[in-house]
Design a protein around this ligand. Structure first.
Ligand SMILES: *[C@@H]1O[C@H](CO)[C@@H](O)[C@H](O)[C@H]1NC(C)=O
Ligand SMILES: *[C@@H]1O[C@H](CO)[C@@H](O)[C@H](O)[C@H]1NC(C)=O
Ligand SMILES: *[C@@H]1O[C@H](CO)[C@@H](O)[C@H](O)[C@H]1NC(C)=O
Ligand SMILES: *[C@@H]1O[C@H](CO)[C@@H](O)[C@H](O)[C@H]1NC(C)=O
Length: 400
């Protein structure tokens, strides 16, 4: 099966695919960013050598309109309110605006905002459409009913502002046919992102997951989101929230990060993860980044608890049986090396444990047990040298 689910407490992580060689340049960049407390990962061997621009990010809202609110309205008071985000009555998020603006931009009003002066305008669209509205929901044809047809359904995302750098996709609903059983290739349904940086096609169940798409500079190359459906009948359902991220914001993901996590703890799952029916997708190669939060300096990864299977399958990447299976590490050619698929965590085997004569960094982790050494005992993997300086790291005892 080959699934990956890790609990993380602050950190950085990366998934890689088969038959690719280690690139020390990339590695050193990773190491550099660790040293600066930032998180950065490039994609493996994709020519993505843009380098880590260690730019300081400043929260900067360049187009928020003037907000003026008054409790006491005279007959002549003009009320203006920002076109900020709002929560619609349906639970969907929208943009606060006047009724007229909402209908002229093609949205639908859904509850009040700005103290009742505005309407929460929701943008929802389906196949063969385009949007430049921030926060648009891209849904399947017939949503909220499932769609059981075949074909192609495309949304073109146009920047709402020239200063938009990234598009964040949130898979509020995402259920399309999964990969075939043999090689786990998405050969029926696919979700494809084009127009931005290369992104692996995915399929199956990915509800709750997300992606960041590089929107490039300029406004001439829109990002296209396409659901291709084919093959056997399947009740497909999707609702993808499309958020446009301005360039100079602190919530922009670093370059090369398909997924970006903030906060001091969380859970990472590979696409189409499910402890019983999930199949690891073929041909994936992407970076996951975790922002180090203030006063934190390291990362701890632990395989998720698997409450379903006798032997935990929360982390299996090669090595999938009901019997205990060794963890495998490193990039050599022996039987216990990760030659085909691996999870890359920079220098995973060199930290977090006191191991005599362990000089080399081992980055690749695979096998049937999650650990940075060859054992059947799952263990946490700790990253971050600064932890030794007693800087706010939980579970420090694991270090020594
Ligand atoms: C990976 O490498 C092995 C051995 O070199 C080869 O047999 C296999 O076909 C390669 N797989 C892919 C996906 O290129
Ligand atoms: C889009 O909406 C999100 C969330 O409301 C906000 O953080 C972001 O700045 C908005 N983007 C633009 C281009 O206004
Ligand atoms: C609306 O936005 C809030 C805050 O960003 C978020 O927690 C919530 O999940 C969003 N709801 C939907 C339906 O996207
Ligand atoms: C779980 O695995 C253990 C050891 O492999 C085995 O002894 C036990 O019978 C298994 N339990 C179930 C319910 O399959």
């Amino acid at each position: 099966m080959g699934l990956k689910c890790l609990v993380i407490l602050f950190g950085l992580i990366k998934f890689c695919k088969a038959n690719e060689t280690m690139n020390t340049d990339t590695l050193s960049k990773v190491a550099d960013s660790r040293a600066t407390g930032g998180i950065y990962l490039t994609k493996w061997n994709r020519g993505l050598e843009r380098g880590h621009q260690d730019t300081k990010k400043i929260e900067h809202r360049f187009w928020s309109p003037v907000q003026r609110e008054s409790k006491f309205l005279s007959l002549f008071t003009v009320v203006t309110f920002p076109n900020g985000g709002c929560a619609g009555a349906s639970g969907d998020n929208g943009t606060c605006m006047t009724a007229r603006e909402c209908s002229s931009r093609g949205g639908s009003a859904n509850g009040y905002c700005a103290n009742g002066f505005g309407l929460c305008c929701i943008f929802m669209t389906s196949c063969e459409s385009s949007t430049s509205e921030n926060g648009t929901y891209f849904v399947n044809s017939g949503y909220p009913a499932p769609y059981d047809g075949t074909g192609s359904c495309e949304l073109t995302v146009i920047k709402s502002h020239p200063d938009v750098c990234q598009i964040r996709l949130d898979f509020d609903r995402f259920s399309i046919a999964g990969p075939e059983q043999m090689n786990h290739v998405c050969n029926q349904d696919q979700f494809i992102v084009s127009g931005g940086n290369p992104i692996p096609a995915i399929c199956g169940t990915n509800q709750g997951s997300h992606m960041y798409v590089d929107a490039g500079i300029g406004t001439t190359n829109p990002v296209k989101l396409t659901f291709v459906t084919s093959g056997n009948p399947f009740e497909r359902l999707w609702k993808v929230k499309v958020t446009q991220i301005p360039c100079n914001t602190i919530y922009k993901a670093d370059e090369g990060c398909l997924q970006y996590y903030t906060g001091v703890s969380g859970q990472l799952q590979s696409f189409n993860y499910h402890p019983v029916s999930g199949l690891q997708l073929s041909n994936q190669d992407y970076g996951i980044c975790i922002r180090i939060e203030r006063n934190f300096c390291g990362i701890q990864y632990t395989a998720c608890v698997d409450t379903v299977n006798n032997r935990s399958r929360a982390f299996t990447l090669t090595g999938n049986s009901n019997n205990p299976v060794n963890s495998m590490i490193g990039s050599g050619s022996g039987p216990n090396n990760c030659a085909n698929d691996w999870l890359l965590i920079p220098c995973a085997a060199n930290v977090g444990r006191l191991q005599p004569a362990q000089a080399l960094c081992t980055d690749r982790i695979c096998g049937g047990t999650f650990a940075a050494d060859l054992s059947m005992q799952a263990s946490s993997v700790l990253i971050g040298d600064c932890c030794k300086q007693n800087l706010g790291v939980a579970e420090r005892s694991l270090l020594f």
